[in-house]
Design a protein around this ligand. Sequence first.
Ligand SMILES: *[C@@H]1O[C@H](CO)[C@@H](O)[C@H](O)[C@H]1NC(C)=O
Ligand SMILES: *[C@@H]1O[C@H](CO)[C@@H](O)[C@H](O)[C@H]1NC(C)=O
Length: 513
Amino acid sequence: MMIFFITCLFITVNGQCPLVCSCDDHDKTANCGNQELDAVPENLPWFVQDLTLSENQLTRIPKNAFPSKNNLLMVNFRNNQLVDIADGAFADQKKLKTLTFSNNQLTRVPTNGISSAKQLKELFLDHNKIQMIRQKALYENSQLEWLHLAHNNISMIAGDAFSGLNQLRFLNLEGNQIKAIGARVLAHLSSCVILDLSSNLIKLIHEDAFKPLSAANTLKLDSNKLTDNSFPSNVFERSSKLEVLTLTNNSLAMIPPPEVLNGLKSLSTLSLSANQIVLVKTKGMTSISTLRRLHLDENRITILEPESFDGLKNLKELDLSNNKIKSINNHRFDDLVDLEKLDLAKNTISSVESASFTKLHNLKELDFSKNKIEELDPEIFLYNKKLHQLSLNNNHLKIPHVNWVKNSDHLSVQLDKNPWTCGCHMVVFLNSFLDGRHSATTVLNQIICDEPEELKGHPVNDIDEGHMHCWQEVDLLWDAAVFIWFLTLIYIMRKWRILQLCCCCFARRSKTT
Ligand SMILES: *[C@@H]1O[C@H](CO)[C@@H](O)[C@H](O)[C@H]1NC(C)=O
Ligand SMILES: *[C@@H]1O[C@H](CO)[C@@H](O)[C@H](O)[C@H]1NC(C)=O
């Protein structure tokens, strides 16, 4: 009887939700978040699989913090003050799948604390103070698929640090202090699909560094200290599955040369935005012909050499905005037969040659805004029949041409902030919109006249056509008719007068006789 009673009591105690938590036996959760806890609550109900201990004051997780009866799959310690996770802290939690230690004060990877969590798939250690990753730091957690180490203070990663992690698919090391990637730092990551190394101090990369990453799809190296010398030849030799390579916000002065890009057989996106690239060299990218998106915005490009984009027959998007390009010359884009989007905004382009875009039969969006273009050939877009969006705003254009807009279907044109001359060309251009002669659209009240003086500052749709200083053919014919009629009249009058004079003479003469 006594034994029975004690057992009952034990079961109820063990099955009750701690006062500071709220439990749900349907969802199998216990939420003990934001309770100013400084210790892990004891005696969690057996049904809890998902335990939240975030926003508390925990500093340490002791050995065997959770009794062996628990069935925990996920534990969340986000936003505590954890400095230490004791060896064997999760010794009995063999089913754990997700552990979250984000936003704590950990200075090392809790190798022995979590070594028994053999089923662990996701480990969050981001926003801590980890300084280094030792060899085989997570060797026992061989089922790990997602590892978050972003925003720590990691400056050292030992060779073979990720040994054992043959299932790892995602590794985030963003926002650390890593200066170099040694030959064996990324060893064993043969399943890794996404690797983020952005916002570190990386300057040196060993020629073998990326070779283990044979499954990698995305490699991010934005905001590092990379220069043209950082990439050894053939560094991407085994990166045949890499589709996305981002090198934004580094110190590259050149597009990486063919001997560096060599091996990138599936590359689809290359981002080189915000570097110091000055020149796009002839045939520099022929080895990455699979490329679909190329971002070269925010560089210092002044010159596009002939055949600079040769070989990029699959390119859909080319961003050259925010550079120092002065002119667009014929045939620079001739090989880009698939190009759909070309961004040339925010340059200093003043001249555009008339055969610049003749091969871009698939072009849909062209952005020329914020340049210094004074004139564009009337036939410049003759071959861009799919053009859908044309931005010519913020330029120095004076004269619009109907032919810019008449060739493509449902084109939307931005024309504001140009010093338009409101004369004959403007009348013809406007009438082409008003007549519905093509399907193009524009916002007429954004086209503001700069000349003639008396129309300065007026939007074109506010001005009566008669004030635009334009005599069209019909007007001219009418004027000519009036003029001829007038001449004839004078002639007749003069003849009549001669007749009259004759009559007079005759009359006078007959009188005298
Ligand atoms: C980061 O680590 C360095 C040593 O590598 C140390 O001097 C520095 O204080 C650490 N910074 C923080 C914020 O912990
Ligand atoms: C570019 O990188 C520097 C460090 O190299 C960083 O301070 C800055 O915030 C980054 N800029 C952007 C826009 O990411």
